[in-house]
Write a new protein. Structure first.
Length: 134
């Protein structure tokens, strides 16, 4: 797993409508989701009323989704595992923890000043909490 993959997971947690990040990590680590399944998901996800992540959640809940009838077996199991990972990491407590890990990562890698990074992290947490209230 690369840093770009970790950042893509974080982007999905913050913004579940980020189709590019979903496409990048839906099969990282390998979940048995092939190129054709991914192509189908992206095709119908962009036209789905709530976006690609919501389409994946509907598939994971075994709901009938028009155009995605061929997705079953190993690919469907992989989609269920992917949705479970995203949903489990989308709780507020986990997001705060991830925010502090991200903060630590930025400080260690980029050597920004402590106060500047702390303000950014608090800003992200505050506005994420505000979004969850709505």
């Amino acid at each position: 797993m690369e840093i770009k993959d970790i950042l893509a997971y974080l982007r999905i947690i913050v913004s579940p409508t980020d189709t590019i990040s979903i496409a990048r990590v839906i099969n990282v680590p390998k979940r048995g989701i092939g190129a054709e399944t991914l192509k189908t998901i992206l095709k119908f996800g962009t036209s789905h009323q709530h976006g690609t992540m919501e389409l994946l959640r509907e598939l994971a809940a075994n709901k009938k989704v028009s155009g995605c009838e061929k997705i079953k077996g190993k690919a469907l199991d992989g989609i269920k595992r992917f949705c479970r990972v995203i949903d489990e990491t989308s709780t507020l407590e986990t997001q705060v923890f991830i925010g502090f890990l991200f903060f630590f990562f930025i400080v260690m890698v980029f050597s920004y000043s402590f106060c500047y990074i702390l303000l950014i992290v608090l800003f992200i947490i505050f506005f994420r909490a505000k979004l969850l209230e709505n």
